[in-house]
Design a protein around this ligand. Structure first.
Ligand code: IDP
Ligand code: MG
Length: 154
């Protein structure tokens, strides 16, 4: 099983889409093991997007991400990182295919509703940043787990 960090960005929260977006992950079979609604501090957001520090959109991105509450979510599942990115769709929402979160709910490059870790290393780093080094997570076994995965996949 793999864990990934998802952020429901301020546009998703303000537009009342928390429930619908979480529902898509849950329906897919991804398990929620962390859930936190916060106005995250500026330094956390700056650190989270540090790889984009030199990009022209960085300041606007940080301003956007600190403009309101963000829901931090830890999802767990087989290939959770890749599966989550597929459900999200590409960065430019206007070009995202229907059926993806960004394709169904977004029009924007910047205000694209969700963040998802892009690999195992970033997932580990980002989960530590948003849920702490000790991982303020809830380990549990969903009752339907054995119906979501085949015998050899568990
Ligand atoms: P991702 O969220 O799909 O992984 P990244 O390239 O990692 O996309 O960029 C991080 C975030 O920065 C994007 O989700 C988006 O909010 C913002 N962003 C990326 N590229 C642009 C751009 O060209 N214009 C405006 N905002 C951008
Ligand atoms: Mg990214």
């Amino acid at each position: 099983m793999e864990k990934t960090l998802v952020l429901l960005k301020p546009d998703a929260v303000q537009r009342g889409l928390i429930g619908r977006i979480l529902n898509r992950f849950e329906e897919k079979g991804l398990q929620i093991v962390g859930l936190k609604l916060r106005r995250f501090p500026l330094d956390v957001i700056r650190e989270h997007y540090a790889v984009h520090r030199e990009r022209p959109f960085y300041d606007n991105l940080v301003e956007f991400m600190t403009s309101g509450p963000v829901a931090a979510v830890c999802l767990e599942g087989k290939n959770a990182i890749g599966v989550t990115r597929t459900l999200m769709g590409p960065t430019q929402s206007a070009e995202a295919a229907p059926g993806t979160l960004r394709g169904d709910y977004g029009m924007s490059f910047s205000n694209n509703l969700v963040h998802g870790s892009d690999g195992p290393e970033s997932a580990e780093k980002e989960l530590a940043l948003f849920f702490g080094e000790d991982g303020d997570l809830c380990e549990w076994t969903p009752a339907a787990q054995n119906w979501v995965y085949g015998i050899e996949e568990r």
